[in-house]
Design a protein around this ligand. Structure first.
Ligand code: 5AD
Ligand code: SF4
Length: 479
């Protein structure tokens, strides 16, 4: 649900989760780290890479911050609110540190570059500052910090993809996992800080991605989400092929197919798609494989062509709507979700109405909705005035949220009476007597366990009998 004051929505519900792998025996390690993550799925996936690097350096994870020798906070810069939350947490950690001699605190991720001197020198909040491309240097940085120096590495790289690092699955349900396929972003949307905090776009070795997914499948995982800021621009050429002039580039469509071929029992998802880059090749690949989930996250941002141009999104409202129509034509019944920003620079009432219109045309199943938050260093901050008054931004966001709530409810109501193949992810949050799983279209489905022989990680056919705005309710039926 959305908190209208903070602009916090569903995708941030995991904010601040502390992670610790269950499989590891805490007595194996002399020292322990605690890691808390904020922001997007990419950041949560990065924390799993950090955990792997720290494990290999002899540190075990703990869920108990008081037991930790090292505290890390993996930060997000995308909106000002996210930064404020991190700052508050760091102040709390500083208090803990005062009570426990030798405890070290580190800032990881997107806030590192911008706030390194503030955190380290001015406010003396932390001992280590490590940017998203510098995690391999963490063990050395911890040593530096242990010897009393301030340890910093915020260098961004053009190559780093952590391809060879097997992430330690943190707090996992053992069924679903995220797999990073690329890092950074080259798009330069004018509101977005990501190109500055995460650097240039680079694609990870395709073989290492397929290997990681196959390994997850062998360990019982049944649903992988391929992650990137803009997955459709995935493009990989093996360096030896490039050198020998026999380069056979792998596109996102080809990668998707390789992962889908691991097993028909492995569901494949991906996020995020840029409307300008998602191709018919990808849509046809999705149509060909039952196990590629019929769900696309296709951020609109704004439904006004004038605002889209200021945002540097490189498409118009008509172009976007045609893309949605194309998806519906090639993939009938495909779930579509969006990101929407209310109150971008110079947005008028008419622009706002255009956004509502495109939302209605697109009939989104779900949207992540935000108030525009000016970010330092972005094109928008340098070029345009953040001139929509706060009350207006909030009121427009309320209208966007109300429309989306209606669209989500209607979308769920349309599913009543239909049957879907559901992958069971675990107990429902509300009751241990019910299973929770998801449909190919990414909808959460809850149904009674009674008479269901399928277990967690298995598929079951469920007929939908009712719904709320966020959840489908049903009963298991014979396939
Ligand atoms: N203000 C508000 N929302 C933003 N997003 C990115 N930058 C900003 C910003 N400065 C939103 C976009 C993006 C999602 C991840 O966050 O909608 O798709
Ligand atoms: Fe930011 Fe745009 Fe890249 Fe997404 S596609 S990360 S919004 S610059």
């Amino acid at each position: 649900m959305l908190d209208l004051v903070t602009g916090k929505v569903q995708d941030e519900s995991r904010q601040g989760e502390a992670y610790a792998p269950f499989a590891l025996d805490p007595n194996t390690y002399k020292k322990h780290f605690y890691i808390e993550s904020y922001g997007c799925q990419m950041n949560f996936a990065d924390s799993e890479i950090v955990a792997s690097i720290l494990n290999n350096a002899g540190f075990g994870a703990t869920r108990n911050v008081e037991e930790a020798d090292l505290i890390f906070i993996n930060t997000c810069s995308i909106r000002e609110k996210a930064e404020q939350t991190v700052r508050k947490r760091l102040t709390e950690f500083r208090k803990l540190k005062e009570q426990k001699k030798g405890m070290l605190v580190g800032v990881l991720g997107c806030m590192a570059e911008r706030l390194k001197s503030k955190f380290l020198e001015e406010e003396k909040l932390v001992d280590m500052v490590v940017g998203p491309d510098a995690y391999r240097t963490l063990p050395g940085l911890v040593e530096e910090a242990e010897s009393g120096q301030k340890a910093v590495n915020v260098l961004l790289s053009r190559e780093e993809t952590y391809a060879d690092i097997a992430p330690v699955r943190l707090d996992s349900n053992g069924v679903t996992a995220f797999v990073s396929i690329m890092r950074g972003c080259n798009n330069m949307c004018s509101f977005c800080v990501v190109p500055f905090t995460r650097g240039r776009e680079r694609s990870r070795d395709a073989e290492s991605i397929v290997q990681e997914c196959a390994d997850l499948f062998a360990r019982g995982y049944r649903d992988v989400t391929l992650l990137g800021q803009n997955v459709d621009s995935y493009y990989y050429v093996a360096p030896d092929q490039e050198a020998s002039g026999t380069a056979a580039p792998i596109t996102f469509g080809a990668l998707l197919e390789k992962v889908a071929l691991i097993s028909p029992l492995l569901r494949v998802r991906f996020s995020t798609s840029h409307p300008k880059d998602i191709t018919d090749e990808v849509l046809h690949t999705m149509a060909r494989y039952e196990n590629i989930c019929k769900y696309i996250h296709l951020p609109l941002q704004s439904g006004s062509s004038r605002i889209l141009q200021l945002m540097n999104r490189t498409y118009t409202r008509e172009w976007y709507m045609a893309k949605v129509d194309r998806i519906r034509e090639i993939l009938p019944g495909c779930g579509i979700s969006s990101d929407i920003i209310a109150g971008f620079c110079t947005e008028t009432e008419e622009d706002h109405q255009h956004t509502l219109e495109v939302m209605a045309h697109s009939n989104y199943d779900l949207s992540y909705m935000f108030i525009y938050s000016e970010r330092p260093g972005t094109l928008a901050q340098r070029r345009y005035a953040d001139d929509v008054p706060d009350e207006v931004k909030k009121r427009r966001l309320v209208e966007i949220v109300e429309l989306q709530n209606r669209l989500s409810l209607e979308s769920n109501q349309r599913d009543i009476g239909q049957t879907f193949t559901i992958l069971i992810e675990g107990d429902s949050k509300r009751s241990p007597d019910d299973w929770m799983g998801r449909s190919s279209q990414n909808k959460v489905v809850v149904f009674p366990k009674a008479n269901v022989t399928a277990q967690k990680g298995e598929y079951v056919t469920v007929q939908i009998t009712g719904c709320t705005q966020a959840t489908l309710l049903g009963v298991a039926v014979e396939a």
